[in-house]
Design a protein around this ligand. Structure first.
Ligand code: HEM
Length: 401
């Protein structure tokens, strides 16, 4: 089955997206996604050069299929990142591997992340991290509220995760800078002509973050923290490779950077618009408002809208014959939202590579949104626009021009 446009263009602002990657930045992509899932749950989109899977059945089949890998066969590391610390780091990530490299680390990592709890002390630490992110966003962007908000939504989740894991507060600013540089280099590596300076920054950041992670696990993290506990458990487990562990601790930060920014930013936009009857001016001391908004965004305006798979062997998928080298766009945002807030959340994926960070992501984002509400900014004028960062997979509301 191949694609014809799903709807004819009318005006630029309310024309339907041309394809599933354009939908990510569309003001309201959900009617398009519903139509895609109903009319063409699996088909080849010539405009993207990709097979596109939409709706729960096709997504489950693709993301659970043994012939579908997370990276093109024989190319775990993007060519532009090879031969440097960023490439070496990338090649050790559970997110980027299938087979033994994935199964050796993923269940263990899942179990470690499951020990993070949102108790009172954790919320206090997250609150402190959000205040620090507010202050640093001010230093970075000065007195321009929209630019400051754009900075905050990326910065706060990194400070929050650092606080949650036990990274000393004195390192949060530099960790954020390095994570940003590494994420930028990963994005750059996927472009036709990657800029050498962006890649070089990424290599430098990867080396610095690996070194930091090794020190955190050694003894540089505050005592009684997740990092210290993980180091202790890893030392008693022969199957855990220390180099792979440091890479994947850094990987937690890069996984958080864009996805959690989308969760915070889209929540702020939802509040600004008063969607679902929650007003931006509801009691700013009520953390429940932020928790409810984040939970609604996970279901109704999710940050991660699609992910990719690459055929490693010939396979019949959704009744279509695919060949090695074919690639599939799995449109997570096309699956209908769960009927209950704690039900299946497609934005966190499914199958062997499903996200192990749903719970910390939701907690970090809720505390971040709460912190923004407490600044007293008039969100309805600041954040109710309709623009998004120009990404093809993650939907992140953008507030400054
Ligand atoms: C809003 C926040 C987040 C969203 C929407 C999200 C979504 C996702 C998705 C869709 C995947 C699977 C990608 C695929 O199958 O191709 C994934 C993988 C992953 N996520 Fe998250 N994530 C979020 C935050 C986090 C956080 C906070 C952490 C860590 C604390 C985290 C850690 C990971 C890891 C380690 C993987 C790789 C798992 C694997 O490949 O087996 N994520 N995430």
């Amino acid at each position: 089955m191949s694609f014809a446009p799903l709807a004819s263009p009318t005006q630029p602002h309310n024309r339907s997206p041309a394809n599933a990657t354009e939908a990510v930045t569309h003001p309201d992509p959900y009617p398009y996604y519903t139509s895609l899932a109903t009319r063409r749950p699996f088909g080849f989109d010539a405009s993207l050069g990709l097979w596109v899977a939409a709706g729960p059945e096709a997504l489950t089949e693709v993301l659970g299929h043994p012939a579908c890998g997370v990276r093109p066969a024989g190319a775990v590391v993007p060519a532009a990142l090879a031969d440097g610390p960023a490439g070496e780091w990338f090649g050790a990530l559970v997110r980027m591997n299938d087979g033994p490299a994935h199964s050796a680390m993923k269940p263990w990592l899942n179990a470690q992340l499951a020990t993070l709890h949102a108790d009172r002390d954790t919320l206090v630490r997250l609150h402190d991290a959000s205040q620090a992110a507010c202050a640093d966003a001010y230093l970075a962007r000065g007195d321009a509220p929209a630019a400051r908000l754009d900075d905050f939504v990326f910065r706060q989740p990194i400070y929050g995760l650092a606080a949650l894991l036990g990274v000393p507060a004195s390192q949060w600013t530099e960790v954020h800078e390095d994570v940003r540089a590494l994420v930028a280099a990963m994005a750059e590596a996927g472009k036709p002509s990657p800029r050498a300076d962006v890649l070089a920054h990424g290599h430098r950041a990867a080396a610095a973050l690996r070194l930091r992670a090794a020190r955190w696990l050694d003894n540089d993290a505050a005592s009684d923290t997740w990092l210290q506990e993980v180091a202790r458990r890893a030392a008693g487990n022969d199957s855990i490779d220390f180099a792979a562990l440091t890479a994947n601790v850094v990987g937690l930060f890069t996984q958080t950077h864009d996805a959690c920014a989308g969760l915070v930013a889209n929540s702020v936009r939802r509040l600004a618009r008063g969607t679902n009857g929650i007003s931006a001016s509801a009691d700013p001391t009520d953390l429940g408002v932020a928790i409810k908004t984040v939970s609604d965004v996970i279901r109704f305006d999710p940050p991660v809208q699609n992910t990719r798979r690459f055929l490693h062997a010939p396979a019949v998928i959704c009744e279509q014959a695919l060949a090695p080298g074919d690639a599939i766009l799995a449109v997570l945002a096309s699956a209908p939202p769960s009927a209950t807030p704690d039900g299946m959340a497609w934005t966190f994926g499914t199958g062997a590579h499903a996200c192990p960070g749903r719970s910390p992501a939701s907690t970090i984002a809720a505390v971040g949104v709460h912190a923004i509400r407490q600044t007293g900014e008039d969100l309805s004028s600041l954040a109710s626009g309709a623009t998004y960062h120009p990404l093809g997979n993650i939907r992140i509301a953008r507030f400054s021009a």
